[in-house]
Design a protein around this ligand. Structure first.
Ligand code: C2E
Ligand code: MG
Ligand code: MG
Ligand code: MG
Length: 285
């Protein structure tokens, strides 16, 4: 029975199905129904600050409902919603889930910024800042408690308009990050014109940096570039101690990756962080 498979097995299965074009033709409808029914889930992955050895923020990542008869991997989900005009609906559902699920964290002793992924495509919508700000108000959420990771899957066409929307988001108090830096079309123009607070290095460069001198040089270049702009750097996809040590030596500020933790449900994350901080205090440095 399909439902009995572990999530990663289902993922592998679905990836194979995508390659074989066995995905249902009604994928947009399938996704629209799940969004309508408010069934998308969110998992959270810690970002650890290297200096303090504390979880300073977490990234919220959308997940397809595990009990759904069909399985849609995240990349296919995001691809499809972007193509079908569903990306705003998905984003708002993720933000609502995040605000609901993390509203008790501060009281429970976890004070972190929760970063939500924002498709760059949405930045062409002038009413986006108001829509997001309204959601925050509904949940009495402090400005600054939710960060926005701008993921770029399409070339930004109207740079002026995008800068305007980003500046308004920034003015409203949302911290901003450029995600997957180095993989997309991201250019110096972005760094110069976007009011961003941090830069995330994509895991394709991080993954292999202890084996490949070229990848290591790319990572070092991105870190230097960010620092020259006064921006802290987050490295994603850190799986091994060796990579962590290399990044520490390169003065990267924050680490996100399986080495510390995989993305997990809100309640689990809370427990994981308490445990992590207890251990960090027990053995400082
Ligand atoms: P991303 O924003 O770059 O997120 C990081 C991805 O790397 C996540 O994949 C995370 O699970 C994975 N990851 C983190 N550490 C490791 C590691 O050590 N090893 C490996 N192998 N992977 C690691 P995920 O959750 O599959 O998400 C894929 C992408 O989908 C995200 O990349 C993001 O671009 C997009 N995405 C996810 N959730 C949302 C969302 O709510 N809205 C939008 N617009 N996009 C989303
Ligand atoms: Mg991200
Ligand atoms: Mg990323
Ligand atoms: Mg990435």
């Amino acid at each position: 029975q399909k439902g009995a498979l572990l999530e990663h097995q289902r993922y592998a299965l679905a990836e194979r199905d995508v390659k074989n074009s066995l995905m249902p033709d009604n994928l947009p409808k399938l996704i629209a129904d799940v969004i309508d029914a408010n069934e998308l889930r969110v998992v959270y992955q810690p970002k650890v600050d290297i200096r303090s050895n504390r979880v300073v923020s977490v990234e919220a990542l959308v997940r397809w409902p595990s009990d759904h008869p069909q399985f849609v991997p995240v990349n296919v989900l995001i691809d499809t919603v972007e193509r079908c005009g569903l990306v705003e609906a998905l984003t708002l559902q993720v933000l609502s889930a995040v605000l609901r699920e993390t509203s008790g964290w501060k009281m429970a002793g976890l004070d972190v910024t929760v970063w939500v992924n924002l498709s760059a495509r949405l930045l062409s919508q002038p009413d986006l800042p108001r829509t997001l700000a309204h959601k925050m108000e509904v949940w009495f959420a402090e400005p600054g408690s939710i960060g926005l990771e701008i993921t770029e899957s399409a070339l930004i066409r109207d740079l002026d308009k995008t800068v305007e929307v980003l500046s308004e988001l920034k003015r409203l108090g949302f911290p901003l990050a450029i995600d997957d830096f180095g993989t997309g079309y991201s250019s110096f123009a972005y760094l110069r014109r976007f009011p961003i607070d941090e830069l995330k290095i994509d895991r394709v460069f991080v993954d292999n940096m202890t084996e490949s001198l070229q990848d290591k040089q790319i990572v070092q270049s991105i870190i230097d570039l960010a620092h020259n702009f006064g921006l802290p750097v987050v490295a994603e996809g850190v799986e091994r101690l060796e990579t962590l040590q290399a990044l520490i030596a390169m003065e990267c500020e924050q680490i996100q990756g399986y080495y510390f933790a995989k993305p997990m449900p809100a309640q689990e994350l809370l427990i994981w962080c308490a445990d992590f901080h207890r251990k960090a205090e027990a053995s400082p440095g």
